[in-house]
Design a protein around this ligand. Structure first.
Ligand code: PMV
Length: 378
């Protein structure tokens, strides 16, 4: 069976029908929603920068639609080239300064050729949260884009297979293809065919685990993650020890989640965030994403855990100063209390676990004005 979209209607076709059905894909808009994930054991540094292969496996939680990316895709022979709009702003798919856009253009081409499609694509994407501020906006964006493009082209791909495409735009994105807890298997092969994400425990397994997302700074970061992924392995001596440690932690955290040992899971989460930021700071020139308020959150979480006699919360930071606090639903109030003196109330989002990207139904908010060939601003 393959998935195929006909004038906003989703239909199932057998594999051999796909080429005859192709003319109907033309001009149809497919829209999907996806969400970020937060890594509890982190991906930092790539052994192959061209196709984003990591040095170690990583484990994440996909968050619910409290934070989301919505993406609409249309293939049309009325277009003369591919277009990508993020938050209604056009992105240059050939800008060497914007690696993720260039990789997006490449993935569009790869997927289109896999489907035998000739027409250019119009892609409009909207993030409900700050872009490029260390909030995994690229994870949410790239996973939703790859998922929507695959559906729009009627490609018969599993989410695991889609994860290998979107990994090439943004490595961490591959984990957002699955709900709950997902693992990105680092793989061994040079062509990356065994470097994909897979589900570990779905969102119903341990739903008490939540993510308190705190926006301290929404500015675009000074050192892009792409630059950081390259600089750290080249210049940090500390980084030499990291891949083996992070690989062990990924194995251990999966075991802690399997037995629902929050104390252990939290300890590994905090240690791995600290370890990644230590290698960033050890890079040359140093990469410093945390600021004084990030450090205040780290101290406040340790104080809370000390007063509870065990870890009831864990901080983790991606490539930015914004903390994400992993806790259990019953400690949500206590976590909000410790954040109150540090962060503004309206900048704190409490997210549960999400279920991965999903297609929207006809009329559920396309982002493309088909007549004017323009994005529809949200
Ligand atoms: O996927 P990228 O290239 O945006 O890298 C992001 C890496 C971190 O967010 C810092 C860690 C992770 O595993 O998500």
């Amino acid at each position: 069976m393959c998935f195929y979209v006909e004038s906003y209607k989703i239909t199932f076709y057998c594999k051999t029908c796909i080429f005859s059905a192709m003319k109907n894909i033309e001009g149809a808009v497919v829209t999907a929603i996806g969400t970020p994930n937060i890594a509890l054991t982190k991906y930092w540094g790539r052994r192959n920068a061209d196709i984003n292969l990591p040095y170690n496996s990583s484990l994440s939680i996909t968050v619910d639609e409290s934070l989301y990316t919505k993406t609409s895709v249309m293939f049309s022979d009325k277009l003369t080239r591919d277009y990508l709009f993020i938050n209604a702003e056009e992105q240059d798919l050939n800008d060497p300064q914007n690696e993720k856009s260039v990789y997006t253009g490449r993935i569009l081409k790869e997927m289109r050729s896999k489907a035998g499609m000739k027409s250019p694509a119009f892609v409009a994407s909207y993030n409900s949260f700050p872009t490029a501020a260390g909030f995994a906006s690229s994870a949410s964006g790239a996973s939703t884009l790859s998922f929507t493009v695959a559906k729009a082209l009627g490609l018969e791909l599993t989410n695991l297979e889609i994860s290998t495409f979107c990994r090439k735009i943004s490595g961490s994105a591959c984990r957002s293809l699955f709900g709950g807890f997902a693992k990105w298997q680092k793989g061994e092969k040079d062509d990356g065919s065994d470097s994909y994400a897979e589900p570990v425990f779905d969102e119903k397994y341990w739903p008490e685990v939540i993510d308190v997302v705190t926006i301290i700074k929404a500015n675009r970061k000074k050192v892009s993650t792409s630059e950081g992924h390259n600089r750290t392995p080249k210049t940090s001596l500390l980084f030499k020890a990291r891949p083996a440690v992070a690989e062990d932690r990924t194995r251990e955290i999966i075991e802690a989640i399997r037995v629902k040992d929050f104390d252990k899971m939290a300890e590994i989460t905090m240690k791995d965030s600290n370890s990644m930021h230590a290698t960033m700071m050890d890079s040359w020139p140093p990469i410093i994403y945390l600021d004084d308020r990030s450090i205040a959150v780290i101290n406040a979480v340790h104080d809370l855990n000390a007063s509870e006699g065990r870890n009831v919360a864990a901080y983790t930071f991606d490539a930015g100063p914004n903390p994400q606090i992993i806790t259990l639903r019953k400690y949500e109030k206590k976590v909000l209390e410790i954040l109150e003196p540090i962060a503004e109330k309206d900048k704190i989002i409490v997210a549960g676990q999400g279920s991965g990207p999903r297609l929207l139904k006809e009329g559920e908010g396309s982002l493309i004005d088909v007549d004017k060939l323009k994005p529809i601003p949200v």
